[in-house]
Design a protein around this ligand. Structure first.
Ligand code: NAD
Length: 414
């Protein structure tokens, strides 16, 4: 991810401050993270920079994933933590925002090294983590196995069981079966609302999906099952396109067999950049940040863009897309299904109660639909003066500021 995300976030906050007439003193609590921890993890003679950053704690303990990626840097982790603070606030779950990362390429590591990096991460940061302090989860290139090693290392160090210190665990260690596809599931409920609201429930819409990992793969599966035409998908090595749509089950088999999507037997080979500009109805961004920028925004043909990834559309691109009347469903709503399911897992770990998966899926649906509705109602009320992202940001920012005021950390009327 490039280095302009912190600037982008500052500009987005400035816009919200202006729209909502928020004082500089109040806004100051949202301009910087409350805690930045840095360490270098020493593994097999190599040293990997690592971060854990808590952005805000007004609504509850820190909460956010850990990313393993060679390009991770402090600016990116700060921005991801900032988005987590807004996402948790918008979703009305009792968390502040946090994020972690290790600048490390898991693709060239063997399993022993992955385990070592995971354990070293906890060795470096365990004092700052815990079910009431800061609760990590998976993100790009980390998964339930990573969470298992991290939980084990944490419990060894604190000397007791505490499954609620981390989410996205396997079922055997207190995780939820539904957590695997929860991000896509939540995004899918939002797409249903988008199609109902803007497209009169039109059937057979065409979709391009960038990223075929946890978020993108499950999303492709759900949309395909529901009659959408998934016309393009990609992963880090490139993509494929067939305007009549792919058999997603066959593509999943290809991916699970260890091949890249561009090695699939059908479809035209395309680059990730080309995928973004395809003539489809819906473009789903499910890979990394900064994918639609001022350089390519004017070429985007899809009228509906869904941010399943964090930060895939830049500030400048937002303005260009808004000018072309494109509808962008913001990340802090579209991908919040993952953290909402994490909240269910955390609550279950803490109470010891075991809840039925069907009940939790219904609850996720209800929460995603309510969150969509609050955002859409505000957008509608402002009659075209703000974007959906700005509506979501206004709701999230105001809720954090209310909590700060109630705690007496900032002054002003609630
Ligand atoms: P993942 O590691 O499972 O998959 C990432 C996918 O992106 C892979 O298919 C990879 O090949 C592809 N990719 C990597 N670099 C790419 C590039 N340059 N161009 C195109 N594709 C590329 O990760 P994930 O969990 O699916 O996360 C994807 C995005 O969704 C991230 O931005 C993440 O922060 C966000 N997200 C994920 C969750 C979750 O629960 N998994 C929750 C919220 C947000």
């Amino acid at each position: 991810m490039q280095m302009n995300i912190a600037e982008d976030n500052a500009k987005r906050l400035k816009d919200i401050q202006k729209i909502e007439n928020i004082s500089d003193a109040d806004m100051a609590v949202l301009l910087d993270p409350v805690q930045v921890n840095y360490s270098e993890l020493s593994v097999n003679g190599k040293r990997y920079p690592a971060w854990r950053i808590v952005y805000n704690r007004a609504l509850g303990p820190g909460k956010g994933g850990i990313r393993f990626h060679p390009d991770v840097n402090e600016d990116e982790v700060k921005s991801l933590a900032f988005w987590m603070a807004l996402k948790n606030s918008l979703a009305r779950i009792p968390y502040g925002g946090a994020k972690g990362g290790v600048a490390f390429d898991p693709k060239v590591a063997d399993k022993a090294e992955l385990e070592e990096v995971s354990r070293k991460y906890i060795e470096a940061f365990y004092k700052y983590l815990g079910q009431d302090k800061d609760i990590p989860a998976p993100d790009v290139y980390t998964d339930s196995q990573t969470m298992s090693w991290m939980l084990d290392e944490f419990e060894k160090r604190v000397g007791c069981h505490e499954p609620g210190m981390i989410t996205g665990k396997p079922v055997e260690l207190g995780g939820l079966a539904m957590r695997d596809d929860a991000t896509a599931q939540g995004g899918y409920f939002v797409i249903q609302k988008m199609v109902e609201t803007f497209l009169n429930n039109k059937k057979g819409l065409s979709v391009a999906i960038q990223g075929f990992g946890n978020a993108g793969l499950y999303m492709a599966q759900k949309l395909h099952k529901d009659g959408f035409k998934v016309a393009a998908v990609s992963d880090s090595k490139g993509g494929i396109y067939d305007k009549s749509g792919f058999d997603i089950c066959a593509l999943i088999e290809c991916k699970k067999g260890g091949r890249q999507v561009c090695e699939h037997s059908t479809g035209e080979k395309i680059t990730n950049a080309e995928l973004l500009e395809l003539p489809v109805d819906i473009l789903i961004l499910a890979a990394l940040g900064n994918q639609i920028t001022e350089k390519n925004a004017k070429n985007i043909k899809a009228n509906y863009i869904v941010e399943l990834a964090n930060g895939p559309v830049t500030y400048e691109a937002d303005a260009i897309l808004a000018g072309k009347k494109k509808v962008v469903i913001p990340d802090i709503l579209a991908n919040s299904g993952g953290v909402i399911a994490s909240y269910f897992e955390w609550a279950q770990n803490r109470t010891g109660q075991i809840l039925e998966e069907d009940y939790l899926r219904d609850l996720l649906k209800k929460k995603m639909q309510e969150n969509w509705q609050r955002m859409y109602d505000l957008f509608n009320k402002k009659e075209g003066e703000i974007t959906l992202r700005q509506a979501a940001y206004i709701l999230a920012v105001n809720r954090i500021l209310s909590a700060e005021k109630l705690r007496g950390r900032i002054k002003g009327v609630i």
